[in-house]
Write a protein that binds this ligand. Sequence first.
Ligand code: HAM
Length: 418
Amino acid sequence: MSFQAPKGTFDWLPPRSEWALLVRDALSAPARRAGYGYIETPAFEDTALFSRGVGESTDIVTKEMYTFESRGGQSLTLRPEGTASVVRAVIEHGLYGGALPIKLWYSGSYFRYERAQAGRYRHFSQVGAEALGAEDPALDAELIVLAADGYASLGLKNVRLLLNSLGCKECRPAYRAALQDFLRGLDLDETTRQRIEINPLRVLDDKRPEVRAQLVGAPLVTDHLCGACKAYHEEVRGLLGAAGVAYTDDPRLVRGLDYYTRTTFEFVHDGLGAQSAVGGGGRYDGLSEMIGGPPLPSVGWALGVDRTVLAMEAEGLITERAGHVDVFAIPLGEEARRRIFPLVSELRRAGLAVDMAFGGRGVKGAMKAADRSGARYALILGERDLEAGAVQVKDLTTADQTAVPLAEVVEVLKGKLS
Ligand code: HAM
């Protein structure tokens, strides 16, 4: 019997896996520099946290959650996203009693039972950042700039930012009613008709051409914003412009989660086909109260690690990086192995990246392994070298070889590699 990774999942293997680490690091670095602290929450939560937080009528909650009953009879769900968990943790630990906003970032695995295809997985990784407890357009703009800077630091050129405002509890009901009136007059199937009554904004996100064609004249949320939401949105737009972050206003931008209010945004990459969103987020002023917490106006984003690596591949930014050791040690014989082993440890402790030949292969096999390792230098220790108390240092790019006394080799290699 043989096993395969479950459908919709895949393994990150070297050397490509290095890029996943690098992307995670690059996407979180700007937030870390802006005072966001690291939070880690469990990979599963009470099912009700997500059904209430993300929204009962969303695809995520109705179709995509990995829900199971624990042995204790509790309904648990593998997290489909990170925001509800972060808000739960902030409420549970009373963090809102301290300085506001509470700025947090996270990185981890998320699970959605989606139709698997290129760029859409059932297990994927996000880097996220959330700022809780402040209503300030500068905070929305800060988060957007941090995400844009993260993508830019990876060298990505074709990430576009789409920006919208979804209004607040004052102006959204009137827009919702106007949209419902419009949608009820269209020629739509029964399921979509039901959606009009439950979650009309989601109909705007329908991808079918026959539906899209009918949506052309749909009322736009930005035409229905109240004065306060309009002013707030203008301020966010102005701050983004001042920070030199380009964006496109997209009054049809609808996100797949129900908690959003006011600012919403998505980063898209055109080299990815249908799954073009590399990241997204927005303001969620009512989420805390929806899950039993105090009023806590907040804003945040999550950026997809897997899709960002795909975007880098689409832009040719993923080069076959040479392996990641500096030095590869090759003992010729048992005595040499006993001598070279502590030397390898010493070199590593001195900060060099070092690997050695294992498994007693001959010189030829060991030299091949040295080449494959991407090392700049090979250290070759033979019987004669042992007698002379020296080791051969071979430059693998020029093939130059010199004997270096064993006692000096750490310093010599440190010098060569600095
Ligand atoms: P989201 O738009 O559902 O937002 O996910 C954010 C990003 O995660 C997407 O833009 C995409 O890059 C990646 N992603 C989502 N689903 C998949 C999948 N099945 N396969 C691969 N990548 C995927 C959220 O999750 C919100 N929690 C963002 C947020 C934070 N809003 C406020 N704060």
